[in-house]
Design a protein around this ligand. Structure first.
Ligand code: UDP
Length: 411
């Protein structure tokens, strides 16, 4: 989503103790031990928006949590105009292998905007974290500063357009380290590389437990009936999430198993592609009363939570995926997820253990049928999925990995 004029920060109220029921006492002790050598170290996170998207979602919980264990964590956001975000969105698409029209003018817009943002850099920071490609060029100001500068790449860079990579790698290689979500994503750069997959916050409105009253109220407001089981995909309206393939699989499924299909996503006004995909999906499904295509607001966290919890099966039919936080969120709610084996989903869905994989329309129909006909299998996979997420992809585990990384760079 293209972001304009980000509003002020929204940090959640979190301390390490908030998570004591979710991790072992040994883990909490270990986190405190890892935090000791880092007391009062300043860690500055820089990205391009306070709201919307995975990075903002992560930082809203990570920043207060880092503060609660004695780190001077701070979060700053670039100030930029729409032309800058058009450029960085094109770069984002180029990371996903799209052939973009790379022009000199883009370089100028990118560099000029970052030049105007140099004042946000905390010159005394011990760690400066540049999230994604938008603030990466700020590394130009690194010379003579004591801190560790780290580029955190939150997207899949495997098929990045060589011209875009040639431009951005010039900045990436000036950093002291880089972080990727998966081993496969690491680029050949002359510095330390870390693997740090993202995490969900089990205490956020998107993931917390909900009461049956809350659930009923939300379902009613969305016009969802639970008289029949439903299959759900939560995603931005994006071709790479392949909602059309899911419609085809569902229509096959419907011939043998009565169920509904719900798409939950947002078509942001400032993302023409999102609106286009949303409209296409509405058109494709207009004659099917059992398919709902919901257009949610960016703050519909509780709605997504309830939709995931009430689904019989959750699907993620993406053809490309960075990590796939929607999968993590559904797994955390004890749902069996059927997904394509792409990107970070491969770390999450272990076929036959924490969910099922499907690489074609036919396989997807089969996997959905298997789970709908066998709710005890769905429940078993869902329970194992939840445990897999608890052990690997929740905020306190993420914090622990951050502390290990920071200690590594300090030593
Ligand atoms: N999301 C949301 N509203 C929507 C669609 C998605 O809040 O209408 C959230 C979703 O719950 C998840 C994130 O946006 O937390 C999407 O992250 P993911 O890694 O799945 O995909 P991305 O959008 O980054 O490609």
């Amino acid at each position: 989503m293209v972001q304009f004029n980000p509003p002020s920060p929204r940090e959640r109220s979190r301390t390490l103790a908030s998570y004591q029921n979710l991790v072992s006492p040994e883990q909490l002790v270990n986190i405190e031990k890892l935090a000791k050598p880092l007391q009062n170290k300043t860690i500055q996170h820089i990205n391009s928006t306070f709201v919307g998207g995975g990075v903002a979602e992560i930082l809203q919980s990570l920043i207060p949590l880092m503060k609660s264990i004695g780190l001077q964590a701070q979060w700053d956001v670039l100030t930029a105009q729409s032309d800058f975000f058009e450029v960085t969105k094109a770069f984002h698409n180029a990371f996903h292998g799209e052939k973009i029209h790379f022009r000199e003018e883009m370089i100028k817009i990118y560099n000029d905007t970052l030049q105007r943002n140099l004042s946000i850099i905390d010159k005394n920071a011990d760690f400066v974290i540049l999230h994604d490609q938008q603030p990466l060029g700020l590394v130009n100001a690194k010379k003579g500063q004591k801190g560790h500068w780290i580029w955190y790449c939150h997207i899949d860079p495997i098929d990045v357009d060589p011209r875009v990579w040639n431009f951005l790698s010039h900045y990436a290689r000036q950093c002291d380290a880089a972080i990727y979500h998966l081993d496969d994503y690491a680029k050949h750069l002359p510095h330390k590389q870390f693997i740090l997959p993202p995490a969900i916050d089990p205490l956020s409105d998107k993931n917390r437990e909900v009461t049956s009253e809350e659930s009923e109220k939300v379902l009613q407001s969305l016009g969802i009936s639970t008289d029949r089981p439903y299959v759900l995909q939560v995603s931005r309206y994006d071709r790479l999430k392949n909602p059309f393939g899911l419609v085809h699989a569902y229509l096959e499924l419907l011939k043998v198993f009565p169920c509904d299909l719900i798409f939950a996503g947002g078509a942001a006004d400032d993302d023409p592609e999102g609106l286009e995909v949303y409209n296409e999906l509405k058109e494709l499904t207009k004659d099917h009363s059992t398919i709902q295509v919901l257009n949610l607001s960016p703050t519909s966290h509780l709605e997504i939570n309830v939709l995931q919890r009430s689904a019989a099966v959750v699907v993620q039919n993406s053809s490309r995926e960075g990590f796939g936080l929607t999968v993590t969120e559904a797994m955390w709610k004890g749902k069996a997820v059927v997904s394509t084996p792409v990107g970070g989903i491969r770390m999450q869905v272990i076929p036959g253990k924490t969910g099922l994989m499907a690489s074609s329309v036919q396989e997807l129909t089969q996997a959905l049928l298997e789970l709908l006909q066998n709710p005890s299998l769905a429940q078993q996979l869902g329970q194992q999925a939840k445990e897999h997420v608890r052990q690997n992809f929740i905020t306190p585990v993420y914090l622990q990995r951050w502390l290990e990384l920071m200690n590594d760079l300090e030593n």
